[in-house]
Ligand binder design. Structure first.
Ligand code: BES
Ligand code: MN
Ligand code: ZN
Length: 498
């Protein structure tokens, strides 16, 4: 799909999308078409009970007096409430109405910035971004799809009289979308395709963008003493990997980096503490934290962010077998701390604890943020709307919260505390890898906290937000790439040179 900005001249044929404000107040393009069609749009709105409320849509086919195949009306609510997310939502909803319509080229009118929070250029850029995000589709395994089920839209023209400004504003957003798409791709791939080695190979491709990528195999990790991570992968035929991605974009290449750490369990069967079979297929996306970190690195490098950022992902497969780790095994982590593995299904924290310790020792980070589909308990607590945020550092927590809110990837802060930490006490080792049933997401976070030292750190439990069963305006159902836009925004607002 190609997206371009063009002068605000409405096409004579094909399909065009126009905005309508709440109370059926027409945007300039909508008014023009309504007049040219002798009020056909107004009549259609009344007949279709279309009020112009946010996300409401109405498609008018072959309106009288126009050669257009269709005019799509998309409600945007009150003008003064339209912000970047509102504009992106409009673009996404517009695209969704036409994606499989049969139209190859569509036009979206972005002539309605007046009264909103956005400039004309920004409105058009955000509409384009929203359309691009919604146009994503993971379809590489359909070999027999019917033509009418396939997307038909090849070209999107966003109509604006600020085309040059819109193009400039869209350029970095386009790179963020590239990162989002990489994440959605690798998270959607099944586990027989995205093995730890295959995912490491995907990450290695970021070197084309100037990211320095190192891949450590089991031998190197053994030398480093990563017994916790290696224990998780020891039941698998696939070799565990640790990938380090370094983007050096700050004026001072030696400046301490922000480090992003991702849980990359390419399949989580639970291991010997095996999961019930129902729904186990979901555990192909137990590498969504790693996927988000890789996608975020692609976005940052793509738009040449002026910051030093390191991405580290621990990639393993958690399988039961004759060589698998057993409940009750004791492993020694890179930190030297020992862990009694009472449940082999609480594996994410075992992967992350070695990755976090390694990050801290090697990079002396300004801050560390890990992303992980860590616990089912966070879904019980927050559902699929918010990711759980755990942070020792208030300033970091506030910055992450603000970034998430700004891009529509919200987080909800959860508590940490001594009393939760106590639940990790083991009878025979420094700690066990599970607490009680209660507060399961918090004890998981407490476990991680034991491996971050004094580095300002935050943990995002994205088990509820990494995958969606329903379409939203800018995120088709499936892998959401939750975290990529949040991290990009956080870097832009907190870590880039001015
Ligand atoms: N990968 C799962 C968590 C998960 C569950 C992610 C559902 C996405 C959807 C994690 O490794 C896990 O199995 N956690 C256990 C921990 C328990 C054994 C302490 C859980 O949440 O049940
Ligand atoms: Mn598990
Ligand atoms: Zn897991």
């Amino acid at each position: 799909m190609k997206i371009a900005f063009a002068k605000p001249e409405l096409p004579a044929d094909g399909a065009v999308v126009v905005a309508v404000f709440e109370g059926r107040a027409l945007s300039p393009a909508a008014r023009q078409l309504d007049e040219r069609s002798g009020g056909a749009l107004s009549r259609a709105m009344a007949a279709g009970r279309f009020e112009g409320k946010k996300d409401q849509t109405l498609t008018v086919l072959a309106p009288a007096g126009l050669a257009l195949n269709r005019v799509v009306l998309v409600g945007v609510g009150k003008a003064e409430a339209v912000d970047t997310q509102g504009a992106e939502g409009f673009g996404g909803t517009a695209l969704a109405q036409l994606l499989t319509s049969g139209e190859a080229a569509i036009a979206i009118a972005a002539d309605w910035a007046e009264g909103t929070k956005l400039s004309a250029a920004e409105l058009a850029a955000r509409i384009a971004f929203g359309a691009r995000l919604r146009g994503y589709r993971f379809d590489r395994y359909f070999t027999k799809e019917k033509k009418e089920d396939k997307p038909s839209v090849k070209k999107v023209a966003v109509l604006t009289d600020a085309a040059a400004g819109a193009k400039a504003a869209f350029a970095p957003l386009d790179k963020v979308a590239d990162g989002v798409f990489l994440t959605r791709d690798v998270v959607s791939e099944p586990a027989n395709v995205i093995t730890p080695e295959a995912l490491a190979a995907e990450a290695s491709k970021l070197s084309e963008l100037g990211v320095e990528v190192e891949v450590l195999g089991e031998k190197q990790m053994r030398k480093l003493g990563m017994g916790a991570l290696l224990g998780v992968g020891q039941g698998s035929e696939r070799e565990s990997q640790l990938v380090v991605m370094r983007w050096t974009g700050a004026r001072d290449p030696e400046a301490a980096p922000l480090v992003l750490v991702g849980k990359g369990v390419c399949f989580d069967s639970g291991g010997i503490s095996i999961k019930p079979s129902g729904g186990m297929e979901d555990m192909k996306w137990d590498m969504a934290g790693a996927g988000a970190v890789i996608g975020a690195m692609k976005a940052l490098a793509g738009r040449k962010a002026k910051a030093n950022v390191v991405g580290i992902v621990g990639l393993v497969e958690n399988m039961p077998s004759g060589t698998a780790q057993r409940p009750g095994d004791v492993v020694t982590s890179m930190s030297g701390q020992t862990v009694e593995v009472l449940n082999t299904d609480a594996e994410g924290r075992l992967v992350l604890c070695d990755a976090l310790w390694y990050a801290k020792e090697r990079f002396k980070p300004k801050a560390m943020i890990d992303l992980a589909t860590l616990t089912g308990a966070i879904i019980i607590a927050l559902g699929n709307e918010y990711a759980g945020l755990f942070a020792g550092d208030d300033a970091l927590a506030e910055a992450i919260t603000a970034a998430g809110k700004a891009v529509g990837e919200p987080v909800w802060r959860m508590p940490l505390g001594e009393a939760y930490d106590k639940q990790l006490k083991s009878d025979i080792a420094d700690m066990k890898n599970i607490g009680g049933r209660e507060g399961g997401s918090i004890t998981a976070a407490q476990f991680l906290k034991r491996f971050v030292g004094d580095v300002p750190w935050a943990h995002l439990d994205i088990a509820g937000t990494a995958w969606s069963k329903k379409d939203t305006a800018t995120v088709p159902k499936g892998a959401t790439a939750y975290g990529v836009r949040l991290l990009d925004r956080l870097v832009a607002t907190q870590y880039e040179d001015r």
